[in-house]
Ligand binder design. Structure first.
Ligand code: MRU
Length: 366
């Protein structure tokens, strides 16, 4: 996608051919900055502190982290240490484990001197595959938006509600939940996005709004609790969200608050879809509530808030009384029964084992 007219991905190899550069998402929307990674530790810290975030992107970032590690030491011990360090950065999104395992399995088979180059090649392949996957999710999901437009009698823009940031910033390019929006918008279908601010880190207000603005997609940022009200008044045609881990049975784990939106959508008959690359499906799990580890993050993400002051300084201020205990759960699970469907790179599945298996028989069988 474009930033100020120039095409960008969220992660790329620097001009020196070995260090990695990423868009620093902790500084958006106020500052567009690129962060360099020269070591595996840079990558691990970048994932943990959410310089990069979003399930597909942290998978690719993890793969580049392994490549950086192997550049300086490609021994089995270094490989195991890098894998363990990177995996520990964020527990919920399965893409990280998936990408690390994919790269490790391949390079482990090779002689030590060949491993570094192979890891870079594999990371680049994963990045390109992610772009293609998201492009396909966009094409399949855009049909849902086109159908919703037909249902209005082409009388008004389609209102999509989204939660968190599942746009191109959360992937290498295009996004998952926002890919259908971009495809529909580019095809001339009028679409407007309700953007949940997504406390506590405000990925909606800071990142989703920023990227929609860059692309010229009409949108409105709303407080997290507004969605149910809008749905009750017919102002949401469909909800599109991402996922950090989806079980083989179609339970969807996504940013905290997704579940409440799904409940409101269910109660109001509003279609609710998760847009999910197959790398986000954990075929080993059948019960999302029981089995998916929910990340708990630094409580200062809840007790403090950052923003730009009127004189243009980025500042952090305290929200809660000193001494009030704070909890910071980062994700929740929406049971399959509340989902209308799951948009994947191979089409739209029902949120069920049968639905996902029909689209990905070879993965389900493994
Ligand atoms: O904590 P984050 O910002 O990494 O959480 C991101 C989300 O919850 C996204 O919706 C999810 O990763 C899907 S991204 C395409």
């Amino acid at each position: 996608m474009k930033v100020g007219g120039s095409p960008y991905r969220t992660i790329w190899l620097a001009e020196d051919g070995w260090s990695v550069e990423v868009i620093d998402q902790t500084r958006l929307p106020h500052v567009f900055a690129v962060a360099p990674w020269r070591t595996m530790q840079d990558a691990a810290e970048g994932i943990h502190t959410m310089i990069v975030r979003g399930a597909p992107l942290i998978g690719v970032a993890g793969a580049y982290g392994l490549a950086l590690a192997l550049k300086s030491d490609a021994s089995n011990a270094a490989l195991a240490h890098a894998h363990e360090t990177l995996l520990a950065t964020r527990p919920t999104a399965v893409n990280l484990a998936w990408a690390l395992t994919a790269v490790r399995t391949e390079v482990q088979r090779l002689a030590v001197p060949l491993r570094g180059e192979a890891a870079y090649r594999l990371a680049a392949q994963l990045a390109d595959a992610d772009v293609e996957c998201c492009r396909s999710i966009g094409a399949h999901g855009a049909r849902l938006i086109a159908d919703a437009y037909e249902a209005t009698g082409k009388s008004r823009p389609v209102n999509v509600l989204t939660h968190c940031n599942a746009g191109w910033l959360a992937t290498v390019d295009w996004g998952t939940a926002l890919a259908p929006v971009y495809v529909a918008h580019d095809a001339g279908i009028p679409v407007h996005v309700w953007v949940d601010e997504t406390r506590p880190r405000n990925q909606g207000a800071s990142l989703t709004a920023w990227e929609l603005l860059q692309h010229g997609v009409p949108h409105t940022v709303i407080a997290d609790n507004v969605g149910g009200h809008l749905m009750q008044h017919g102002q949401v045609d469909l909800c599109l969200v991402g996922s950090d881990r989806t079980t083989a049975t179609g339970d969807v784990c996504n940013k905290i608050g997704t579940y409440l939106k799904a409940l409101a959508a269910y109660d109001n008959g509003v279609p609710f879809y998760a847009c999910v690359p197959s790398s986000t499906i954990d075929w080993t799990l059948s019960d999302g509530l029981r089995d998916i580890p929910i990340e708990q993050r630094d409580t200062r993400e809840v007790s403090e808030i950052s923003g730009m002051t009127v004189d243009g300084q980025v500042a952090t201020v305290r929200l809660t009384p000193q001494g009030s205990p704070v909890a910071n759960y980062a994700f929740d699970v929406t049971p399959a029964r509340l989902m209308t469907g799951i948009v994947t790179e191979r089409g739209v599945a029902t949120a069920s084992r049968a639905g996902l298996t029909a689209l990905f028989p070879e993965m389900a069988a493994r």
